[in-house]
Ligand binder design. Structure first.
Ligand code: AMP
Length: 477
């Protein structure tokens, strides 16, 4: 299958928009999905954010909607024809921005609605009429109930990040929304992973779907070096600092399981001298955007995040990912480490395992990945035994996970001896040696430090509002 956009014979306005985006060739999911969507078949797509899947469904949808294009000012001539549902406000906003760019040379209108902000501007936009509506389920239902959104002429529905929509508990909302749509329609479902619940959803709402799969679900990129270290909770920060230093890691994501833990860890790492920012559901939209802009601009080294908060981020290729906490859902492990090692670049994923419940969570990951995970002992440089009677370099495991690593020292000052050089030299991998650059085509270029990027330049008018949006993800994160 050719990966050139020119082989698709997209209508000129769409081809022009794609050329303007600077895309040279299709990504694998685009090469697979676009021709299928162009035929009008239902699609079940296994793809993560960052694979180019927004264009994979938007471009063929827009192409098929071109027959409805018109410049009438009458709202009745612009009914909703395509509905794109996403689990989070930020994802909805990102997708809506992309759709707007692809449709910019057509007369098709698009809009986005999500909660947490005033409904009035959204209502006004809906009342003027839009062909493509991007929405989060809760707010869309509000608009349906207020009769601002009429969905009886919808021809296409996209359920994007379907697994996450179910995680957040959107299933009842989704079912209600789908009940408002005509039976005769095309449904496209995208999900990073295919749990039994997703398969059930697909079976009930998709008709004879074509499965489009680029990386097998639940598979992690082979370019990611994965390590699991046994570390007691109190030593995790020290372990993180040591790995960052030893590997010369310029920037990393640090994932934690709770909002509280997220804020606390970010503060502690900052005290440790690492430039750190936190991203979790209790931060206002404005704070989250600032944190993101600072990370993209290279002003912070570590972005500490919860799974849900990280879901909406257009940051897809960081040199390293730390799982400070083993994720509660094995599938989140795949999502988390999917942030590194993309597009053939090497990436590092480090998971700290601290006993207790973690062993069970690691075995869940093993089952999902269908491979054995070796939990390695974490050796701290400053704990290397110096001058013990038997000079025994006891491993972490030998010392017992719960014991204080310093208790192997015998109290008397050791005779001077050179520090062991057993530690591998910092990576000579050129990828780690150069500063992290956000992928050029996927995000706005990082501004130079002397010209800070206006924090809100990437977001739509909906998010640009000065209003602070509290608790973006109330249900989790
Ligand atoms: P998505 O997976 O849809 O969130 O897309 C991730 C990023 O890839 C977006 O910032 C897109 O602008 C970008 N992108 C999509 N398709 C292509 C392509 N064919 N070539 C280069 N970049 C692309």
């Amino acid at each position: 299958m050719s990966s050139s956009f020119s082989n698709l014979q997209l209508a000129e306005p769409l081809a022009r928009a794609v050329a303007e985006m600077g895309y040279e060739s299709m990504t694998p999911i685009q090469a697979e999905a676009i021709p299928v969507v162009l035929t009008g078949r239902d699609v079940m797509g296994a793809a993560q954010t960052g694979t180019g899947k927004t264009a994979a469904f938007s471009l063929p949808l827009l192409q098929r909607l071109l027959k409805h294009e018109n410049s009438s000012t009458s709202p009745a001539r612009h009914p909703v024809r395509a509905l794109v549902l996403l689990p989070t406000r930020e994802l909805a906003d990102q997708v809506a921005q992309q759709v707007k760019m692809y449709a910019k040379y057509t007369k098709l209108r698009s809009a986005v609605v999500f909660g947490g902000i005033d409904m009035k501007p959204q209502t006004a936009e809906l009342k003027r009429g839009v062909e493509v509506l991007v929405a989060t389920p809760g707010r869309l239902l509000d608009h349906i109930e207020a009769k601002n959104a009429v969905l009886n002429q919808v021809e296409y529905v996209v359920l994007d990040e379907a697994d996450r929509m179910l995680d957040i508990g959107f299933l009842p909302d989704l079912q209600r929304i789908l009940s408002f749509l005509p039976k005769q329609r095309t449904t496209l479902l995208f999900s990073a992973t295919f749990s039994p619940e997703i398969k059930r959803l697909a079976n009930s709402y998709l008709q004879d779907p074509v499965t489009v799969e680029v990386a097998r679900p639940n598979e992690t990129a082979s370019t990611v070096e994965q390590h699991f270290y046994s570390v007691v909770d109190d030593d995790k920060r020290r372990a993180l600092r040591q790995i960052v230093r030893a590997k010369g890691i310029s920037q990393a994501f640090v994932f934690v399981n709770s909002k509280l833990g997220c804020a606390r860890l970010a503060r502690s790492l900052e005290r440790d001298g690492l430039k750190t920012t936190a991203l979790h559901g209790d931060k206002s939209q404005d704070e989250r955007l600032k944190a993101l802009a600072a990370f993209k601009a290279g002003e912070v080294d570590l972005l500490v995040a919860t799974d849900v908060a990280a879901r909406g981020l257009d940051i897809k290729d960081v040199p390293a990912v730390f799982n400070f906490d083993v994720p509660f859902n094995a599938e989140d492990y795949v999502h988390r480490i999917g942030r590194t090692g993309r597009a053939g670049a090497s990436g590092l994923a480090v998971t700290f395992v601290s006993g207790g419940n973690d062993a069970r969570l690691v075995s869940d990951i093993e089952k999902l990945l269908k491979r054995k995970i070796e939990v390695e002992p974490m050796e701290f440089e400053e704990d290397r035994p110096r001058g013990r009677i038997n000079d025994g370099r006891r491993t972490w495991r030998e010392r017992g996970e719960l014991g204080d690593p310093r208790d192997v020292m015998d109290g008397t000052p050791p005779p001077p001896r050179p520090r062991p050089a057993a530690r591998p030299a910092p990576s000579a991998d050129p990828f780690f040696d150069r500063p992290y650059e956000p992928p050029a085509a996927t995000s706005a270029p990082a501004p130079s430090k002397s010209e800070p990027e206006p924090v809100q330049s990437r977001v739509s008018a909906n998010i640009k509002t000065k209003r602070k949006v509290a608790a973006l993800f109330k249900s989790a994160g």
